[in-house]
Design a protein around this ligand. Structure first.
Ligand code: SF4
Length: 266
């Protein structure tokens, strides 16, 4: 699929969402905003989670909160103390000053350590403001918007990007940065949270990075990767989807019809 096939991409997105939910994982609810402090927590925790595992970032976050009971104490602490607290998350010498700078910026601009003001802003304005913060890219901004502020944004992490490209809902050649807006245009805003979480879970449990478990995957009928590789029953990794098997015009047509049929049933 190329970037000029939005209808087919939308079809794939809906089919994938429906198939994952109905075939394996059941209904999934997005994490919800839990109050004002949660918004700053979401921002800090998401910065900690960059380039590390969930386990490591959770551990670093708990150490941080244990040593600095308030955001103001964290903001004003010696940077070395923060570096030490978040060491389990890795890149601590980069992340510590970055987190403190975020907190100082919020304080300087808003007069208090709170992101509540973003709730009143349109999502595009809130996203643009978050993106002006050092260390906040499209994924971090989207996570804060949807899970901290309850706004419509779709975060694309490594699992979402991999699974989305394999299935075909993220076009070949589209950058991870541009994939955020692409998926936001394909999926109903009310489904952003559940779809995001389902793709992550699918990427962790089935569509793994090194060895996708296609033989047990409920999305095979909708997946470009599987179709192009012509994988059968085993759990052998298919041929690379980016250069995968030749697809004849007739098989391509049959596949697209099947995917559209699936969409109509979702
Ligand atoms: S069929 Fe294979 S490549 Fe496609 S989504 Fe499922 S596990 Fe991933």
């Amino acid at each position: 699929m190329d970037a000029g096939s939005p209808i087919l991409a939308a079809s794939g997105a809906r089919a994938a969402a429906g198939a994952v939910q109905s075939n394996r994982y059941g209904r999934t609810s997005a994490r919800r905003s839990e109050g004002p402090g949660h918004r700053v927590s979401t921002l800090v925790h998401t910065v900690l989670s960059q380039h590390t595992s969930d386990t490591n970032s959770h551990r670093a976050f708990e150490r941080l909160r244990g040593r600095f009971p308030s955001w103001a104490m964290l903001r004003d602490a010696p940077v070395e103390a923060v570096v030490d607290a978040i060491r389990p998350a890795g890149l601590s010498r980069l992340k510590a000053p970055r987190i403190q700078a975020l907190l100082r910026r919020v304080t300087a601009e808003r007069g208090r350590l709170s992101l509540d003001f973003l709730r009143r802003w349109p999502v595009d304005r809130a996203k643009a403001w978050l993106r002006t913060l050092d260390g906040v890219g499209p994924k971090t901004a989207a996570i804060v918007l949807i899970f901290g502020l309850g706004k419509a944004a779709f975060p694309v992490d490594t699992h979402v990007y991999r699974v989305g490209r394999r299935i075909g809902i993220i076009p070949k050649g589209l950058s991870v940065e541009k994939a955020h807006g692409w998926i936001e245009a394909l999926v109903r805003p009310a489904r952003y949270g559940p779809f995001h979480l389902l793709l992550i879970r699918h990427g962790r449990e089935i569509c793994k990075a090194g060895r996708p478990r296609c033989s047990v995957c409920p999305l095979r009928r909708h997946c470009d990767f599987f179709r192009r590789a012509g994988v059968g029953g085993g759990e052998q990794p298919p041929a690379p989807y980016w250069g995968g098997g030749r697809v004849s015009a007739s098989s391509e047509g049959r596949h697209l019809h099947r995917r559209q049929d699936a969409v109509n049933g979702v």
